[in-house]
Design a protein around this ligand. Structure first.
Ligand SMILES: O=C(O)CCC(=O)C(=O)O
Length: 273
């Protein structure tokens, strides 16, 4: 095994066995405060411009059941590095990339996309258990999520829940819903994998939970008096490749560490994403 740069051997084992790992002290308190303030400023500005455009709670009857028929919401912004250099610094943070190198086992790390979800107090929507795989399938399954907590998070304010070890099941048959805005949601059968049987994963402000895109995850309703803010980065190894032409986003395949030797330098491809 290569010498670990950031993770402990226990963290690396947790990643391999359970498909997720909690990381502390990746960012300094100052970096977290800067991220948090920039995040709030961005959401406030975009709320004033187009509140309805930020809505991203899932639709469908299974969601209604999970929400107890409440009127719930999640506000979301994607591609935050296109809005502020603070988030460009977050995705290129050297501690973060050291930790990613440890768990991914490669130096060559590419960005897929970033996003932020705020679950507001009292009406924050839950997420049905799902794999991220069907949203952006890749050949070697190297894709992973870095879920940065910007608030102390527990099941009460909409925290994450995971089925540990579920990444070993491979891609599971997804249920697919398409809403009236033509957005597709993929999740697994809630009878077979209910949120109620998953393992809650609480985290403090600044802590990260990284999980593979095959790891079954979801999150709870936020009925508390506290918001739950997160910033999420999806990464993959350079030697992986998409198996479907889907989920294109700005800065995709930006090389965050190492090299992408698979990138064409042919002039004919210079405008390609
Ligand atoms: O915001 C959350 O709690 C969950 C988000 C999530 O699982 C996803 O977008 O894939």
């Amino acid at each position: 095994m290569n010498k670990l740069k950031f993770c402990t051997p226990e963290q690396k084992k947790c990643w391999q066995d359970k498909g997720y790992v909690k990381l502390t002290n990746v960012f300094t308190p100052k970096e977290i405060e800067e991220m948090s303030a920039e995040y709030d400023e961005l959401f406030e500005r975009k709320r004033r411009e187009d509140l309805a455009g930020l809505e991203s709670a899932w639709a469908g009857n299974d969601m209604k059941n999970l929400s107890g028929n409440r009127n719930v919401t999640v506000k979301s912004i994607h591609n935050l590095q296109m809005h502020s250099a603070v988030f460009t610094r977050v995705i290129t943070n050297s501690n973060l990339l050291d930790a990613m190198e440890d768990i991914m086992g490669t130096k060559d790390i590419l960005l897929h996309h970033t996003k932020a979800h705020i679950k507001p107090p009292e009406k924050g929507a839950p997420y049905l258990m799902h794999q991220d795989y069907p949203y952006f399938p890749h050949k070697k399954h190297t894709m992973l999520a870095v879920f940065i907590h910007l608030d102390d998070t527990t099941p009460e304010n909409g925290g994450l829940a995971i089925y540990p070890g579920s990444h070993k099941l491979g891609p599971l048959p997804p249920k697919k819903i398409i809403d009236e805005k033509n957005e597709a949601y993929h999740y697994v059968d809630p009878e077979k994998y209910p949120l109620s049987k998953a393992t809650p994963v609480s985290a403090e402000k600044g802590e990260i939970i990284a999980f593979t895109y095959l790891t079954l995850h979801g999150s709870y309703l936020n009925l508390s008096d506290r918001p739950r803010r997160m910033f999420l980065i999806q990464l993959r190894a350079a030697d992986d490749e998409p198996t479907e032409d889907t989920h294109k986003s700005p800065c995709q395949e930006l090389v965050l560490r190492g090299r992408n030797v698979y990138r064409s330098a042919n002039m004919a491809h210079r405008f390609a994403h």
